[in-house]
Design a protein around this ligand. Sequence first.
Ligand code: SAM
Length: 273
Amino acid sequence: MSSFEKEVKKGERFQFGKNWHRFLSVLNEERIKIAENSLKEMLRKDNLEDYSFVDAGCGSGLFSLAARRLGAKVYSFDYDPQSVACTKELKRRYFSNDSNWEISQGSVLDADYLKTLGQFDIVYSWGVLHHTGDMWSALNNVVNLVGKQGYLFIAIYNDQGFKSKFWTRVKKTYCSGMAGKILTLSIFIPYFFIGALAASMIKRENVFRAYKKNRGMSIYHDWIDWLGGYPFEVAKVEDIFNFYFERGFNLFNIKTSCGLGNNQFVFKRSMPG
Ligand SMILES: C[S@@+](CC[C@H](N)C(=O)[O-])C[C@H]1O[C@@H](n2cnc3c(N)ncnc32)[C@H](O)[C@@H]1O
């Protein structure tokens, strides 16, 4: 049994890849374009031609696909074999037999594996490092993937104090087994649904449909990802900023969350040579 399977069996890990597999059924051109725009906006670039791009914790593979379509040479990896399979499926659909897109299974916590990958112009690890079980080691490990003048684009859950602690318990319950999963889904899905319905009425906009403006994602799949997403850690904006500042990175772009969502950071490394 692999370490991934053991963690799932012990109730210590959510199977993100299973959820991504379901997400692929709603993936379309519009969502891919939105994903591309999210990269262009945060990286402040019209395209990624001549850039190498590593997608650390590639999930569905959507952002690897977006980066490849923008012209980057892409390397994707994930710890969850089903996430790897989803990314391979996207490659098969859109870039079959393309030598500029490689995919493998690996962990950001495995420093020896990361050494074999070399360095990249853009390191993308969106919503991943806080799900590893050892966020600060993961934040440190990705440093070595970034080239001397490279970019590091990460998203990390905002620290909301007792609210974050509450959601950690919910996620742990979800992953504990079938009973925990049913309990969590039956309490929170109706709660999220009613909240989204109320928001639609107040904003006079169908928030279920509008949600895809958010990086091309789907509201239902993100609810499941949120409820199950364990291991789960959080950080304050200033802690992430200081962590990378001390390691020679400057902040290039930022999008903060005032709630439980992700703070997004793009750092730029400036090393001589
Ligand atoms: C919330 S998803 C984000 C996926 C993708 N980056 C995105 O933006 O849509 C988190 C992903 O991190 C992966 N992951 C968790 N721990 C990991 C690790 N140690 N190494 C690599 N990937 C990991 C999960 O399997 C999952 O696919």
